[in-house]
Design a protein around this ligand. Sequence first.
Ligand code: PLP
Length: 386
Amino acid sequence: MEFAKRIQGIESSFVRDILKLATQKDIISFAGGLPEANLFPTGRFAKAAQEILTNPKTAKVALQYGESTGFTPLKEIIAKTYKIKDNLDIDPNLIIITTGSQQALDLIGKTLVNEGDEVLVERPTYLAAIQALQFYKPKFTEIELSSNGPKTLPNKTKAKLAYIIPNFQNPTGITWSNEKREEFAKWANKNNILIVEDDPYGEIRFSGKRQKPLKTFHENTVLLGSFSKILAPGLRLGWIVAPNKEIFHALSLAKQSADLHSSQFTQLIAAKFYEDFDAQAHIEKIAKEYGKRKDILHSKLKEIFPTAQITNPDGGMFLWVRFPEEIEVLSLLKQAVDEGVAFVPGVPFYVSNPEKNTARFNFSNTNESAICEGVARLQKALKSIV
Ligand SMILES: Cc1ncc(COP(=O)(O)O)c(C=O)c1O
């Protein structure tokens, strides 16, 4: 079969392959990017679903086709949340509800990226964003990260758009400071670059102060959000805030042709969750638990890798390890899987010249005792390779 050119050269996600491996036996996995399932608000979802389906008016809306750009009350909730959290005025008419923010990445590629267009990404960056955008054959350029944002910005650039994850970045856990955001926004403005600000983790903060969305500093920003980490990924709900009507319209056409609209049923459940329950308290509960897990993972990894550089994030679900050069990360992973623990090597998070001595560790989906056991297994693996 001759496949379309756009899929040639696209490889299966390394993480998905690893995850398959990690579910095969009794493995403690720091590899995936899963939220803690025990924190899903199942009872509240059940109550919301029951009420929606037993009321004929809402049942019809939930089970009928809906508008391509999404369920208006849910868009209003999203806009209201930005006002409360960031004092940001968002027009609900510029919001498109997507099937997870992963779909938003695809729609952005489809709508805005021509073959050969220069797309700026952080180094490293979210590997499934690389995969989604790769279908549209851009030329990626990278900006190196320091602990609080880009190290330096190029003097000259032809980049059309910049894809960034400024809060608790996947994979590094790094958060951009307000100063770095402002500086970047000025630079993007001067160079006429559209910013794509991907923020699925911003609300999962367990320490420090919330930083301002880049959108505050740069009007020409497409802001992405997701309910995956704050409610549940199974809802498959994310959103796009378009910067203007023109981009909103183009993205709406792409959305319509992709899947007509995202699930009405889960949109109604998410909206009802916010209307009937204290969503903020729920998010704080998640953040508190993840904060405890991060502390344990960070300190245990520090004990066994005293000379490694390990990020210490204020939120999100990941930390990033830069091992000393003598540690062969792929050999360590192989031994680790034999010992019953998995993590993700850093290589697939780079679009070029990967730093091979890096790795990403997830802390949201492993409880405290399993984290201790997982790191003990990792220590055994380490002993067998050095
Ligand atoms: C940075 C980033 N963007 C987007 C996504 C996609 O999330 P979803 O499609 O579940 O909203 C993820 C998922 O892990 C992510 O880490």
